[in-house]
Design a protein around this ligand. Structure first.
Ligand SMILES: Nc1nc2c(ncn2[C@@H]2O[C@H](COP(=O)(O)OP(=O)(O)OP(=O)(O)O)[C@@H](O)[C@H]2O)c(=O)[nH]1
Ligand SMILES: [Mg+2]
Length: 228
């Protein structure tokens, strides 16, 4: 039926606005679900998806970061007690239950109360994982900027350097940024950029949700061949 005279024409059908890429990446991160746990790195089961490891000193904020990125309160265990994460936990990501990436929450290192022998063993196992895990696509190194990158972080950087040169993705997240003044944050960023030797560095705060969307987007790009 023709429109009555004087009626305004029906609005043209338009496609819904495309989602902001960071928002889409956060939606993807929210699909995170528990995949498996391994008591030790040696027993981590193989899988066929790109894996992103969260590493860093004990108490740096790895588990909290995973919970914040995935917008799930208790996916990874976070705690005030350093050394809370003892085993390695893997989480699957992917829409409609189809896994397209895996996150690995690794136990922290450098916890003072751990006996020296155990520390050395842990370093060895960690180095093995970083050097030889077949589908490791990226490493997120979390660092509390009030302590800076420590000797153990430097060892880790050295261990992964050849793989980074061969294409392994690498990001340093300066956590708990809410505890820094603006000028301390700027200082911490420039120091970490020098130490990270070309790797990307970002400020991150779970409390203020700083750096959350950007980090989610970066992890999406790492695992989706640079798709925007
Ligand atoms: N203010 C503030 N506190 C944070 C932030 N992220 C983590 N924390 C706190 O830091 C402490 C350690 O956090 P976790 O996420 O358990 O640290 P982790 O690196 O997983 O520690 P391990 O499992 O022991 O290696 C907890 O008390 C968190 O609440 C942040 O962005 N801001
Ligand atoms: Mg933890």
């Amino acid at each position: 039926m023709p429109p009555p005279p004087g009626a305004s024409p029906a609005p043209a059908r338009t496609a819904p606005p495309a989602k902001d890429p960071a928002e889409r990446a956060l939606g993807w991160m929210h699909t995170a679900r528990f995949l498996t746990t391994a008591p030790q790195l040696e027993f981590l089961p193989p899988h066929e998806h790109p894996e992103i490891a969260f590493v860093g000193r004990s108490n740096a904020g790895k588990s909290t970061c995973i919970n914040t990125l995935t917008q799930q309160k208790r996916l990874a265990f976070a705690s005030k007690t350093p050394g809370r994460t003892q085993s390695i936990n893997l989480f699957s990501l992917g829409k409609q239950g189809i896994t397209d990436a895996v996150l690995a929450d690794l136990p922290g290192y450098g916890y003072a109360a751990v006996p020296k022998q155990d520390k050395l063993r842990w370093q060895q196992v960690m180095a093995n994982y970083l050097v030889s895990r077949p589908n490791l696509r990226g490493v997120v190194l979390l660092c509390d900027p009030r302590h800076g990158l420590t000797e153990l972080d430097d060892i880790l950087l050295e261990v992964i350097r050849p793989r980074v040169e061969a294409g392994l993705k690498f990001l340093v997240l300066l956590t708990k940024a809410d505890k820094l003044t603006r000028s301390d944050a700027a200082k911490a960023l420039s120091i970490a950029r020098l130490q990270a030797a070309g790797g990307e560095v970002k400020l991150f705060s779970a409390l203020k949700r700083q750096g959350v969307g950007e980090t989610a987007l970066l992890l999406w790009q790492w695992t989706h061949d640079g798709e925007p």
